[in-house]
Ligand binder design. Structure first.
Ligand code: SIN
Length: 512
């Protein structure tokens, strides 16, 4: 636990009264992070906390206040190459450890994460802005991948194939792919690392991880706990950096020493990495953008659908890849759904993630706010009406918003907003809803609400996505395959399929 709590009054934390929101944030309870054992202001390579070769550093800010919360090394390509060499050296021994050894170490790491849940959540809220309830939830979610893959490590079975030749025996064994490059986003600074790293380590791979520059501290805290758990040096290497992020990504994608690259982020960057990775036929896992449809049919339980939409649309202030982006509501229930949704959104409390009762924190950056503004302004200029919110509050805060009368000419129809904007479209027939839902190059998640069993099968099968939520607004579990189709990516994370992404099959043909 952090030694003390510091009460801060920031210029931003003045009481703000708007027409619709009582934005209560007189003081923020910002924990004293510096100097505590899990708050590391250094990268982690070969089992040690280290600086950049250049000795340069960059600052990380609290997105709610703009205050600097700490500094980390500004690493570049040379640091990345060094970390890859370290991971290559440690692979020699790590890949030969038994699955039981790896499972036991992962289990210890998991236990340490759970013991330090509160501290990890505080670090997460400080750098990402999500409220403490969501941060605690993310730590448990993130840790669940480590436990899951500790268990899966022992089930990387091979096969014995009935031989078509009398004098041959045919076997398939599974082996680690090798050194893995991992590039993770800021929206889940803990769980997006553990979902990849848990599988990689369980399979017997070593890794070089590049966390998002906005949220390196959650990543580095995980390294400290991995060290305490006894995970050998060089197995996990965490390089931090802001200025040279593109070059580091390119190095990971093109290096012959890196056998696989796993990336979560935008489709645009995913395409670049895929192109770069072609030079070495890199094995890839890409978890990219979405534009999730959320369909409510006339026969749905409307109260349940509203609750589902609240979670699916507004979780993490709308900043998840699986957040619903287009709410498609059948005409018979459109008005009722819209009214109930607005009533729920009015109850949100926007503010600093450390404030008691705050349900929605800031967006991550000014650029994120600009994108939300652009989407809302575009929709309104083309005829959408604002039923709730629709305004920038201050800094990185934007009002949770409900837009009505959406149509397909508006930017939100084709671009992921990644912010707290529920955009409601009206449709008449089931086929029309499915057509609208699939009218996007993306295919990550989709949701729908209906009580009709036939319709449930039809729509679940017709939706062009990797994950479907039927009568529920969330699809994320360690035991379930997470990933998309179309331009939302390649591969699956979590679940039994997640381990396969880090294993190669080797066929052995034995003459007898
Ligand atoms: C993401 O936004 O990429 C991850 C969301 C989740 O795991 O639920």
């Amino acid at each position: 636990m952090f030694a003390s709590l510091r009460i801060e009054t920031t210029s931003f934390s003045k009481r703000i009264l708007s027409n619709r929101y009582y934005f209560r944030s007189m003081t923020t309870m910002t924990p004293q992070l510096k100097g505590t054992s899990l708050f590391k202001e250094a990268a982690f390579v070969n089992g040690k906390f280290v600086s950049a070769a250049s000795n340069e550093r960059f600052s990380v800010k609290d997105p709610a206040t703009g205050e600097i919360i700490g500094e980390v090394p500004e690493m570049g390509v040379e640091d990345c190459k060094n970390a890859i060499d370290v991971a290559t050296a440690s692979l020699k021994t790590w890949k030969k450890t038994t699955s039981k050894t790896r499972a036991d170490l992962l289990e210890k790491w998991y236990n340490l994460m759970m013991e330090n849940k509160e501290t990890l959540a505080q670090i997460l809220t400080a750098e990402n802005g999500k409220n403490m309830t969501e941060s605690r939830g993310e730590i448990v979610y993130g840790a669940s991948f480590i436990k899951w893959f500790a268990e899966e490590a022992r089930r990387a079975y091979g096969d014995i194939i009935p031989s078509p030749a009398e004098d041959r025996r045919l076997l398939v064994i599974q082996q680690p792919v090798g050194v893995v490059g991992i590039v993770t986003p800021w929206n889940f600074p803990n769980a997006m690392i553990t979902r990849k790293l848990g599988a990689a380590l369980a399979a017997g791979c070593t890794a070089v991880v590049k966390p998002a520059p906005e949220t390196p501290f959650s990543a580095l805290a995980l390294c400290e706990l991995a060290n305490q758990a006894g995970i050998p040096e060089g197995v996990i290497n965490m390089i931090t950096g802001q200025k040279h992020t593109k070059d580091i990504g390119k190095e990971m994608a093109t290096s012959e020493k890196v056998h696989k690259l796993s990336f979560t982020g935008s489709t645009a960057v995913g395409k670049i990495l895929m192109e770069q990775g072609a030079s070495t036929i890199k094995k890839l896992s890409l978890e990219l953008g979405g534009n999730a449809p959320f369909i409510v049919f006339d026969d749905a339980d409307i109260d349940a659908a509203v609750e589902g939409a609240i979670g699916s649309k507004f979780r993490n202030t709308g900043q998840t890849c699986v957040c619903s982006n287009r709410l498609l509501i059948q005409s018979g229930v459109y008005d009722e759904f819209a009214k109930k949704l607005v009533e729920r959104v009015k109850k949100f409390k926007v503010g600093h993630g450390f404030e008691d009762g705050v349900t929605h924190g800031p967006l991550i950056s000014e650029a994120a706010v600009e994108k939300v503004k652009r989407h809302v302004d575009d929709a309104v200029s083309k005829g959408a009406t604002v039923a709730q919110g629709g305004k920038h509050i201050k800094g990185n805060f934007y009002e949770p918003t409900v837009l009505l009368n959406m149509d397909t000419s508006m930017i939100i129809s084709s671009e992921e907003t990644f912010g707290p904007v529920a955009a409601l479209y009206k449709f008449e027939k089931e086929e029309e809803a499915v057509e609208l839902a699939n009218d996007t190059p993306f295919g990550l998640a989709g949701y729908f609400y209906s009580k009709d069993m036939g319709r449930i099968w039809r729509v679940a099968e017709a939706m062009e996505v990797g994950m479907v939520g039927v009568n529920c607004g969330s699809v994320s579990f360690e035991a379930a395959p997470f990933g998309g189709i179309k331009q939302s990516g390649l591969g699956r994370e979590g679940s039994k399929y997640g381990l396969e992404e880090y294993l190669e099959r080797k066929f052995i043909c034995m003459a007898i």
